[in-house]
Design a protein around this ligand. Structure first.
Ligand code: PLP
Length: 427
């Protein structure tokens, strides 16, 4: 569910709108390409997820900042009540900058530095998700030196196949994430002996874009078993962090992934009776459908074998198609007249890489140079993965709320791009 829809536009044609904002007009103001986010969609997704756990006391939904870390997006979610899951000091600073209460922040990631740990301890975050014994020892040193206590959950790797793209599966034994299930008990024992550590939680995050509840069911069953055995061994466990990973619909021709309410029902059945505080880290599920990438057609190029629609957005703006073989629906911003011919085309950008495409062999209504297109479901893992590759300016981001919009990340100028670098003195 999202708030991008065709409506009668100023030109008397049906034009794709972001809430109340006409995307033809917005493109004229901002220039293309740009990302556009919908406040109503962000809020709705947060609420649908949070409200699925109504009645479960003290549930904490920590939006996974890495999915979309635009300050406008974070401030919108913070205002709705979200906590945040961060994976770096940079993300933590973003969360603090939009006034997320530190006691609603958790810190994940396999490579936290001691400086980052110190910063997070000083900020007073709720908990660290600890992913290895050396990380535990480092955190203990940092916390003890500050005479502080770091609340932690070990991220346990349950060796479960999340049945998702291999680059976003995180819960298999061969993945770098988490500590092996069999090592958990000795690690909690070690944690109880180290200064500055309070190991009172268990964390699991098995992957992203998971569209089947079975891997979650298996993971939660293992989690429950682990909490039981930790408690039986005398450890106090009062929270579990179930991670993120719930999938979203990217294609109209595939079955819908489970609803947050189905997921919540499974959570309640699996771990609802343990008297635990429940934490979640949804990212894609909140931001994915809340964003689109708007781009303009530059050329239609008829190759020997196929037709290429060359647009002004490229893999450096949206990496998902080439990085994850991801599918994004593409819609013309101005709704085609009935009877417009459809044709099969690759939609590619100006970057000098064969992997630079946003869609392959896609059936689209015939597009002409100057036409605007919207790449749908680009709100998560879109702008955050953008780069300046080929010295293309970083793509701007716009947040819409009703009839209003704000450019929350302006397009830099070429002067800005060059000014970011320094020539060595000898040149
Ligand atoms: C990326 C990540 C998430 C968010 O995953 P989604 O699939 O976007 O919900 C949650 N927790 C951790 C630890 C992550 O690394």
């Amino acid at each position: 569910m999202h708030h991008f829809a065709y409506r009668r536009g100023a030109s008397n044609q049906n034009v794709l709108h972001a809430e109340g904002v006409d995307l033809v007009e917005l493109s004229g103001t901002v220039g293309t390409p740009f990302y556009c986010y919908s406040t109503a969609t962000l809020e709705r997704h947060y609420r649908v997820f949070a409200e699925a756990f109504t009645g479960v006391p003290a549930t904490l939904v920590c939006y996974s900042v890495k999915a979309n870390s635009n300050l406008g997006v974070l401030a919108t979610l913070a205002r709705a009540g979200a906590g945040m899951d961060v994976v770096s000091e940079g993300e933590l600073r973003r969360a603090l900058a939009v006034n997320v209460p530190p006691e609603k922040i958790v810190f994940s990631g396999v490579g936290k530095t001691k400086d980052e740990m110190a910063f997070a301890l000083d900020a007073g975050i709720f908990a660290f998700n600890v992913e290895s014994e050396p990380e535990l020892r480092a955190l203990s040193e940092v916390a003890a030196a500050k005479r502080r206590s770091a609340r932690i959950a070990f991220r346990v790797n349950p060796d479960i196949d999340a049945k998702t793209h291999h680059k976003i599966a995180t819960g298999k034994a061969e993945n770098k994430f988490g500590v092996p299930f069999a090592d958990a008990l000795p690690l909690y024992r070690l944690a109880s002996e180290l200064p500055g550590i309070e190991a009172s939680g268990v964390h699991m995050h098995i992957g992203s874009q998971i569209t089947d509840l079975a891997p979650f069911r298996n993971a939660f069953a293992l989690l429950k078993e682990l909490v039981g055995s930790l408690r039986a061994n005398g450890f106090t466990i009062d929270f579990v962090n179930l991670g993120g990973g719930l999938g979203i619909p990217y294609r109209h021709d595939e079955p819908e992934p489970p609803l947050p309410s189905d997921y919540a029902k499974l959570v309640r059945e699996s771990v609802g009776d343990l008297g635990l505080r429940l934490l979640f880290e949804p990212g894609r599920m909140i931001a994915g459908n809340a964003g689109i990438l708007v781009s303009r057609v530059l050329y239609v190029k008829r190759g020997a074998d196929k037709t290429f629609t060359i647009i002004d957005a490229a893999m450096n703006d949206l990496m998902r198609p080439t990085l994850y073989e991801a599918h994004h629906e593409i819609l013309p911003v101005v709704e085609p007249m009935p009877g417009t011919q459809a044709l099969v085309t690759d939609v590619a950008g100006p970057v000098c890489e064969t992997g630079d495409y946003l869609a392959l062999a896609r059936k689209l209504p015939e597009l002409r140079p100057g036409d605007l297109i919207a790449v749908m479901t680009a709100g998560a893992y879109g702008a955050v993965l953008a780069s300046e590759y080929n010295s293309r300016l970083l793509v701007p981001e716009v947040l819409v709320a009703g009839d209003r919009f704000a450019v929350t990340r302006p397009r830099p100028s070429y002067e800005d791009m060059l000014a970011a670098e320094r020539l060595p003195g000898w040149l």
